[in-house]
Design a protein around this ligand. Structure first.
Ligand code: AMP
Length: 444
């Protein structure tokens, strides 16, 4: 199937061809015709599926189909949970719209508002924004959303997780009633369904699996190690295997900073990105990482949302996430666009239950690799993971995301991989459930 056969205009097909795409991804093949017809859409798709082009391409075409003369207004609004995602979506809008006269703008908090106000005085057809800053502009009356024809809520589940529901509702209240609505979400929780019910009219429902879930391009490994020896093991793994472009996930901002400092002391260029860093520092870290000047980027889940680096070779879970779905999000950063990737998890005794939940969700056991010299000490007992209390601030407001959802079958449903065995022969699931406290930190 070609992009042209989906009904896209020559300018858009030329832009995607120049970008190197030869065929639409499944979400693109399904979503583009629906959006071109003007209908509402509820898309179940995560980052990595090609969803951004899936909504951006038809959105651009619809705006072009009804050119305006005279005064220009904002005609399409894309809301995203994070600054990084806003920046990326807006970059995609510019890229795919490069042969069109439409103008886009990104808007997020943490930076001076005045340049944004100035930009809003000029022509903006497509606004990509995070909800908080958009509300600031609405309150100051520096943005006019009264001519929005198309609304996109990207990663709606994340926006709800991050507590943006009231902000979103306030924005919805000022939009024209008559408009096209597109909602994308990785999960369909009750909250998302409620939001969708109030927002969408006869929506087409499209759900696609992550590309990597079907493509099996990610080599996943678990490295058993004691809590206190994780730093040494990570250093050794990076040095021995000569890993470059390693994205390392920690649970907390504090942990991210500490780990980046440690790696730098070991001669491995590393930087931490999280919500406490200035926008300039985050942008610089990302740019250096993308060009491979920076060997390791240490990130928290929320800061890492939307990091789009094609063909990222290594993702490391320095600590397993509390929410199993986040594991899938994290490792989705690797093995993209047909290239192979490696996802390594350093797992200590405290995390056995988390590992078990992840394996249930992905319906497979992850291969265990024991690095000699790092065998866990059997005398060490599991300790509760108290996010945000003893480790300097947690990451998210867990709101109803703790249960394995679709696909949360018992492990017996999946074929164990060759060579898979329980770590160190220890039984899994030995951590009391009270160990999985969630923090209330927003972590941005
Ligand atoms: P997204 O899910 O929108 O974040 O896209 C994930 C990655 O897939 C990005 O790096 C895109 O540039 C890439 N991508 C999107 N559409 C295609 C396509 N049709 N063929 C190949 N790569 C694509």
């Amino acid at each position: 199937m070609s992009f042209a056969s989906l009904g896209l205009s020559e300018e858009l097909v030329r832009a995607v061809t120049e970008r190197g795409y030869t065929e639409p991804t499944p979400i693109q093949a399904q979503a583009i015709p629906v959006i071109l017809k003007g209908g509402d859409l509820m898309g179940g798709a995560q980052t990595g599926t090609g969803k951004t082009a899936g909504f951006t391409l038809p959105l651009l075409q619809r705006l072009m189909a009804k050119p305006v003369t005279g005064k220009h207004f904002i005609r399409a609004l894309v809301l995203t949970p994070t600054r990084e995602l806003a920046a990326q979506v807006e970059e995609s809008v510019r890229l795919y719209g490069k042969h069109l006269p439409l103008k886009s703008m990104m808007m997020f908090g943490g930076v001076n508002i005045n340049p944004q106000i100035k930009q809003l005085h000029g022509r903006v057809d497509i606004l990509v924004a995070t909800p908080g800053r958009l509300l600031d502009h609405l309150q100051q009356k520096t943005v006019d959303l009264s001519h929005v024809e198309i609304l996109v809520l990207d990663e709606a589940d994340r926006m709800l997780d991050m507590g943006f529901i009231r902000d979103i509702k306030r924005v919805l209240a000022v939009l024209p009633k008559q408009r096209q609505n597109l909602l994308f979400s990785a999960t369909f929780s009750d909250e998302i369904k409620l939001l969708a019910d109030g927002l969408l009219t006869n929506p087409a429902l499209i759900e696609v699996a992550r590309r990597n879930q079907t493509a099996e391009l990610i080599e996943q490994r678990v490295y058993p190690v004691d809590r206190e020896r994780k730093r040494a093991l990570l250093t050794q793994l990076i040095k021995d295997n000569n890993w470059f472009q390693v994205l390392v996930f920690t649970r907390t901002k504090h942990g991210a900073n500490n780990l980046a400092d440690h790696l730098n002391k070991e001669g491995i260029p590393a930087m931490a990105i999280h919500g406490n860093k200035s926008q300039a520092a985050r942008t610089r870290a990302l740019a250096e990482f993308k060009t491979a000047k920076l060997q390791v980027l240490v990130a928290t889940d929320i800061a890492a949302r939307g990091i789009d680096i094609a063909e990222l070779p290594h993702v490391v879970n320095y600590e397993l996430p509390n929410v199993p779905e986040d594991y899938v999000h994290r490792i989705g950063r690797t093995g993209r666009a047909g290239s192979e990737g490696e996802a390594s998890s350093l797992v200590c005794i405290d995390e056995k239950k988390l590992l078990h939940d992840i394996e249930r969700l992905i319906k497979r056991e992850i291969t265990v690799v024991q690095i000699p010299g790092f065998e866990p000490d059997p005398r060490i007992k599991a300790e509760p993971i108290l996010n945000g209390q003893n480790r300097g601030g947690g990451q998210r407001q867990g709101q109803g995301r703790g249960q394995p959802r679709s696909g949360g079958q018992p492990r017996s449903g999946g074929a164990p991989r060759t060579g898979a065995k329980p770590a160190g022969g220890a039984s899994r699931g030995g951590v009391p459930s009270s160990a999985q406290h969630r923090s209330g930190g927003r972590g941005r």
